[in-house]
Design a protein around this ligand. Structure first.
Ligand SMILES: Cc1ncc(COP(=O)(O)O)c(C=O)c1O
Length: 437
């Protein structure tokens, strides 16, 4: 008799040991991973199109990341930045200040996650302006802590039953061209959606009580929505005219994913504050807040920090991640990956009208699935079935979008062409399979 696979025992144990609110996209358990391939505990291989939700831009187990982590483990684990500082924290902060968009001198501090970075960015904006309000977007995702849950848009599953939410948060529509909030078409729209912020100054909030507006350069969980290239600049100018600070949330789009080191470089916007996490830590928990020096210096001494922020191992790896992105030209590679995915999906769209929209920036690519390209009714059930079948067929993927009808790619930027093409083959044959069933 064959022994029971490890995954069967782990799934049983999981059902008893974990709360229902913690879900996984697959019933497999990872045993090891290399570049863009994950091997599970039962020996099955998967092509990774999710990259740990945008964390593995430099691939799994990159030899330089592994070496940097090992070297740090041998030295020391933790002291806390507010007690006894370490070199990699300082050097990584200086490096990110150098790479951040714009010429204004910058400062950086580190935390443990994207949500914590956003929390701190808002705290700093409030300290810098003496104002309480925050403007955010429909379809935005900024995290799951109380303040960031307040900034996040989607109700189920992120906000359901978790209120009360923080006060003084205002939401405006994003430049979502496929489902234009003002019912127009780009470019004849003349960016009419920017006017929605102007209208909000009249009928939603008092502009001089607003500390900051927070924007993802390309919305991530919201469905990889990449606004026209003039959008963020226009919004930033409006904010500036009202003394509202602009927070660029680069947690998902940063570190090479979109074809530039930071996505706001495409839009020519220097945020007053920028938040980072995910791929910066190469798989180790690390978040960052970078901003103009005068803004970042607003909180009083000791007003910002935390026990673990900027963990030595995560910072040592963070420095290595930047080296790898530069040495292996991963920004250019992201653009090439994006072009290849776009071409392939474009060909697929001709066969499958359910692919309503193909969009993104660089390797941050997504397809939105609809029941009918005319009505654009979200094909939520089809997308769920597609996602499950993709796993069965050996492709790790994550879905996105307010209606759970967007399939996105967050492949490691180090993926080789053969593996990428194999993954795209699986996408095509699996879509045919689920549509036929
Ligand atoms: C744009 C953006 N901001 C913030 C977060 C929250 O990051 P974390 O999950 O590390 O708290 C995410 C996570 O997906 C994100 O995509």
């Amino acid at each position: 008799m064959n022994p029971e696979p490890v995954s069967a025992e782990l799934n049983r144990l999981r059902a008893e040991a974990l709360p229902k609110g913690v879900v996984s996209a697959t019933t497999s358990f990872i045993a090891s991973a290399k570049n863009a391939t994950i091997t599970d505990t039962d020996g099955k291989e998967f092509i990774d199109f999710a990259g740990g939700i945008g964390v593995m831009n430099v691939g799994h187990s990159h030899p330089k990341v592994v070496a940097a982590a090992h070297a740090q483990v041998d030295k020391f684990a933790h002291t806390s930045i507010s007690v006894f500082p370490w070199e990699s924290y300082i050097r990584l902060a200086a490096k990110i200040n150098e790479k951040a968009p714009g010429d204004t001198p910058k400062r950086t501090m580190f935390v443990n996650s994207g949500a914590e970075a956003v929390e701190n960015a808002v705290k700093i904006a409030r300290a810098a302006t003496g104002r309480p309000g925050v403007v955010c977007y429909q379809n935005a995702f900024h995290g799951r802590t109380n303040l960031t849950m307040g900034l996040t848009s989607k109700i189920v599953p992120y906000k359901k039953d978790f209120g009360p939410f923080p006060a003084d948060i205002y939401r405006i529509p994003y430049a979502y061209c496929y489902r234009c909030p003002v019912g127009k078409e780009y470019p004849s729209c003349n960016m009419a959606c920017v006017g929605l912020l102007e209208q909000a100054f009249e009928n939603q909030f008092q502009a001089d009580r607003i500390a900051c507006l927070i924007a993802e350069p390309v919305q991530g969980e919201g469905g990889f929505i990449a606004p026209p290239l003039e959008y963020h600049r226009m919004i930033k100018d409006l904010c500036e005219s009202k003394g509202i600070l602009y927070i660029a949330d680069e947690v998902q789009a940063g570190f090479g994913r979109t074809g530039k080191f930071f996505a706001m470089e495409h839009y020519g916007v220097e945020g007053d504050i920028m938040t980072t996490a995910k791929s910066m830590g190469g798989g180790y928990p690390l978040g960052g807040i970078t901003g103009k020096a005068a803004v970042m210096d607003s909180p009083c001494a000791g007003g910002i920090g935390g026990t673990y922020g900027g963990n030595p191992l995560a910072c040592a790896v963070g420095l290595t991640v930047i080296d790898i992105i530069e040495e292996e030209n991963l920004c250019a590679r992201a653009a090439d990956i994006g072009a290849r995915v776009r071409d392939r999906w474009g060909a697929m769209q001709k066969k499958f009208p359910q692919i309503g929209d193909i969009r993104g920036l660089g390797a941050m690519m997504a397809m939105e699935l609809v029941e009918d390209p005319k009505t654009k009714k979200p094909a939520t059930a089809l997308t769920k079935a597609y996602r499950v079948k993709l796993y069965e067929n050996g492709l790790v993927n994550v879905i996105a979008g307010t209606y759970d009808n967007v399939i996105r790619t967050l492949v490691p930027l180090t993926i080789d062409w053969e593996t990428l093409d194999k993954g795209l083959d699986i996408m095509e044959s699996t879509l045919a399979q689920v549509i036929a069933s």
